[in-house]
Design a binder for this molecule. Structure first.
Ligand code: SAM
Ligand code: SF4
Ligand code: SF4
Length: 370
């Protein structure tokens, strides 16, 4: 990619949203054109990261041709909480804080505390979680727990230091992430999930060591197929190791039995070790698309609403929060419902049948939130 193709500050084109002053929020739950409800909101709190995983923020692009969003462009914690409350009113029950590396956002515990106060319309607590690369957990796990975080997902792509450092591309040691996971367990965060993105020929030799390491630990290890998100990772199908192959490699050593899906919209296929050593999961966005019950929306770092991980444009919610165009909560709810109501996204299914939309540049995962 040449410098000219990358905007100075990464901010993809947005769709403006217009809401009539007398707009009313929908009376009940909302569904998109394929009947999918809105249940899960992923919130990117920063587009920055201290890692440079090649599948997400390759160094040659993000250290050279990229400028991150200035602080004033980011949603404030109050703005995020206000939007989250509106989404919860429309049916969202799960909030995932992500990024970039979310724990780099200064004062994140304050946001966690604000979001932990939210309740569903019938008074239930939300499923509030965080995805992190684990690099700051030794320092931050206890304060995140104290702020009201219940559980979290840590990304870890191998146990061998040379392989892991090549994956994160900043020389970050495995031991520090493992210490972070231990700190999270001590702090009472659980259940902890560990996500491993598998790239054939890059870290697939780490599948068995990772499985062995996390057996009997209470941690649920999940293998993610390498995806064609964004436009900078140089994705190639021959680097995707299908989940079926990962499963076969593990089952050949540690027999597995299938478990049922835990909830509609759950991305992972769950399996248990036959000897009772715990559970593993497989997230197969490439070989077994799960668009059919996808109930996820994403809020980008600067407040745009995306209805698919592979989207090219988001809807500008921040514009409805600030300045002369600011609207009421009812209008916000009506605007979100309007966007969700016309949603047709099913990129992964279309990719599987060779019909994936081409053309406009897809948004980057660190900006939209993983
Ligand atoms: N920085 C945090 C982390 O790494 O956990 C949170 C953000 S990261 C974008 C969220 C998740 O997306 C991580 O588990 C990461 O491994 C995954 N991810 C990023 N790029 C990916 C890709 N091309 N294919 C599959 N998973 C990817
Ligand atoms: Fe950073 Fe997470 Fe992307 Fe890796 S996957 S570069 S840790 S945002
Ligand atoms: Fe959902 Fe889009 Fe992923 Fe399909 S491709 S599961 S619609 S985020």
């Amino acid at each position: 990619m040449s410098a000219r193709e990358v905007p100075l500050v990464y901010s993809p084109p947005a769709r403006p949203l217009e809401v009539p002053a007398d707009a009313v929020p929908p009376a009940g739950l909302i569904a998109d054109t394929l009947g999918r409800p809105l249940r899960d909101l992923r919130i990117s709190v920063t587009d920055r990261c201290n890692f440079r995983c090649g599948y997400c923020m390759p160094k040659q692009v993000f250290d050279k041709h990229h400028a991150f969003l200035p602080h004033a462009e980011l949603l404030s914690f109050e703005e995020i909480t206000r939007l989250a409350r509106v989404f919860v009113g429309l049916g969202v029950e799960k909030l995932r804080i992500t990024g970039g590396e979310p724990t780099l956002r200064r004062g994140l515990e304050a946001l966690i505390a604000m979001l932990a106060e939210l309740r569903t319309p019938d008074g239930r607590e939300l499923d509030l979680t965080l995805t992190t690369n684990g690099s700051t957990l030794v320092k931050k796990a206890a304060e995140l727990r104290a702020a009201g975080l219940k559980r979290l997902t840590v990304s870890l792509d191998g146990l061998d230091d040379a392989v892991f450092q090549r994956m994160n591309d900043v020389g970050f040691p495995v031991a520090d992430v493992l210490d972070g996971i231990a700190a999270a367990q001590v702090a009472g965060l659980g259940p902890i999930k560990v996500n491993m993105v598998v790239q054939r020929g890059v870290n697939d030799d780490q599948i068995l060591p990772m499985a062995r390491h996390f057996r009997h630990s209470g941690v649920v290890l999940r293998f993610i197929e390498y995806m064609d998100v964004g436009a900078t990772n140089g994705w190639r199908m021959d680097q995707v190791l299908p989940s079926r192959d990962v499963l076969d490699r593990i089952a050949a050593v540690f027999p597995l039995v299938p478990l049922s899906h835990s909830a509609p919209g759950e991305t992972a296929e769950r399996w248990a070790y036959a000897d009772g050593a715990g559970e593993v999961g497989f997230i197969s966005s490439v070989t077994q698309a799960f668009c059919g019950d996808c109930n996820r929306a994403r809020l980008s770092t600067e407040g745009r609403l995306y209805t698919c991980l592979f989207a090219t444009r988001g809807h500008d919610l921040r514009g409805l929060l600030r300045g002369p165009e600011a609207v009421s909560d009812d209008q916000l709810a009506a605007a979100v419902a309007q966007v969700w109501g016309v949603r047709t996204d099913r990129y992964s299914q279309l990719r599987g049948s060779g019909q994936a939309p081409q053309g406009e540049r897809r948004v980057e995962m660190h900006y939209i939130g993983g």
